[in-house]
Ligand binder design. Structure first.
Ligand code: MN
Length: 129
């Protein structure tokens, strides 16, 4: 057993830009342990991940705010505080804040994350209803 205390030394918030649109903040909750990685991810309005997959899937728990999750080939679906999302292994998707709201989610990622291209403005423009 291991206990990972919140805000421990070496677990500072950091900005993620290379694989995100906009400046997204991530707070490590549990470093990768037995292929499980947990981060609290804070998306300011109009920020989001690139398209990506998770080797063994991912669970998102939306803690605050409102945003979107989108599977390739489908319309984006609204998510908000209290929602839990299961993303199966290898499904291409993105997630992020609404244009007019921040979103904070805990991301429990199983296996490796494989990053792809930026979500285009045209693709994001569908996520407005
Ligand atoms: Mn994901």
């Amino acid at each position: 057993m291991q206990i990972f205390h919140g805000r421990a030394a070496g677990a500072n918030s950091d900005t993620r830009t290379a694989t995100f649109h906009g400046e997204v903040w991530a707070d490590p909750v549990m470093p990768t342990t037995d292929n499980v990685t947990i981060n609290n991810v804070f998306f300011p309005p109009d920020t989001r991940t690139n398209w990506h997959t998770h080797e063994q899937g991912q669970i998102l728990q939306v803690l605050a705010g409102q945003g979107w999750v989108c599977l390739e080939g489908e319309e984006a679906k609204a998510i908000r505080a209290g929602d839990t999302v299961w993303i199966p292994a290898d499904e291409v998707h993105w997630h992020g804040a609404a244009a007019d709201s921040y979103m904070l989610h805990t991301a429990i990622s199983l296996g490796k994350t494989v990053w792809q291209d930026d979500v285009s403005a045209e693709q994001f423009s569908g996520a407005t209803s």
